[in-house]
Ligand binder design. Structure first.
Ligand code: UDP
Ligand code: MG
Length: 360
């Protein structure tokens, strides 16, 4: 773009529109969608209505994470109606965290909101996050007051967040998901982080700056079934723990020491038993050839070793993932940009692969 095309900045560096009035700041909303055909219309309606009340301009990035239903067609319709809604389609399902990460790269707003498509995070609450941002916070993350989900799921989430915060060296806020608003500074920072097994809420907490929680009530899903299967949730939990804590490795050392200590005690005991067999016999502890003890100790030590190898394996697997340097996601189609805003060089920042000649 030639420099004359740029709006002239005023004294504070704020861009001025051609009539001399200040452009309102732009808020981007990133929404990952996986088989969400049923909710998209309601999402469009409710988010548009909510945003009409804001003073900020709106941009929405819908990321289709390889849906197999009519999600993409619905997204295209919405983009036709309202070009502030920009759409990206992955070549397959890469997972929620990857879709969020991609959306953050596409977003151009001064602040970026991340929310789910299923309206569990109500668009009507977003103005409270924006208010915090205006107060000067770089991150306003949502804290769920109450979850309208099953007892089991609630207990599992609670347990996980407490385990994670006790293991991690960084303060990851309890009961807060990815639903949040982040200032451009934080988004740029997260975009620079090249890791592929992404736990976005952890990266956000790691970034620092002024962060604050906004309490809200998590609603029920508007339509359809949850798209987070049990195995996807497990992957998320494991990514959270292994990407933000080396404590499991220490656990391996601890197990090793514990087992060695027990083994040394056993050796001492056996030697004493041989030397003072008469004394031990008074208590019914005369040495007997014991297969059971053998089998138990072999199984026990074997088990501990496997656990430790597994723990080390988690980290080695992660190192392997990172060194492969494959793109974190593949874009099949994107609509709403003249030129892809995503830098496709995977060298120094996380990036997706964007083929040159994809349809626009
Ligand atoms: N999602 C996604 N890719 C996936 C699974 C889920 O992009 O592989 C999206 C989904 O469309 C929704 C959000 O992630 O917008 C949260 O998913 P869901 O509502 O199923 O999770 P839950 O609310 O049960 O945690
Ligand atoms: Mg949901």
């Amino acid at each position: 773009m030639a420099s004359s095309d740029l709006p002239a900045p005023d004294a504070d560096g704020v861009a001025l529109a051609s009539d001399g009035s200040e452009d309102p700041p732009l808020v981007s909303v990133v929404i990952p969608c996986f088989n969400e055909e049923e909710v998209l219309e309601e999402l469009y309606r409710r988010l548009s209505e909510a945003a009409a009340e804001w003073q900020e301009a709106l941009e929405v990035i819908l990321v289709d994470d390889g849906s197999t239903d009519a999600t993409w067609e619905k997204m295209e319709e919405i983009h036709q109606q309202d070009e502030r809604w920009r759409i990206v389609r992955f070549s397959r399902n890469f997972g929620h965290q990857t879709a969020v990460s991609a959306g953050l790269q596409y977003a151009t707003g001064d602040a970026v909101i991340v929310m789910d498509a299923d309206l569990q995070d109500p668009p009507e609450e977003l103005h409270r996050f924006i208010a915090k941002w205006r107060e000067g916070y770089e991150v306003a993350y949502a804290i769920r007051k109450e979850r309208k989900e099953s007892v089991f799921k609630r207990a599992a989430y609670k347990g996980f967040y407490r385990l994670l915060s006790s293991l991690s060296r960084h303060d990851i806020p309890l009961d807060s998901g990815d639903f949040c608003l982040m200032d451009r500074t934080v988004v740029d920072l997260i975009n620079q982080m090249p890791e592929k097994n992404r736990f976005v809420r952890g990266l956000r907490a790691w970034a620092g700056f002024r962060q604050t929680g906004v309490e809200y009530e998590r609603h029920e899903r508007a339509q359809g079934e949850p798209k987070y299967t049990f195995s996807k949730l497990m992957k998320l939990a494991i990514d959270g723990i292994f990407s933000f804590s080396a404590a499991p490795l220490r656990l391996a050392t601890f197990f090793g020491l514990l087992v060695s200590a027990v083994a040394f005690l056993g050796i001492g005991f056996t030697v004493a038993q041989r030397l003072f067999s008469d004394w031990f016999a008074q208590f019914g502890l005369a040495p007997v050839p014991g297969y059971a003890t053998m089998v138990i100790s072999v199984l026990f030590i074997g088990g501990v070793q496997l656990v430790c190898i597994g723990l080390v394996g988690e980290y080695v697997g992660r190192i392997y993932d990172e060194t492969k340097r494959r793109p974190a996601w593949i874009v099949q189609e994107e609509k709403g940009w003249e030129e892809s805003p995503v830098d496709a060089t995977p060298s120094h920042r996380l990036s997706g692969y964007v083929p040159e000649d994809k349809p626009r």
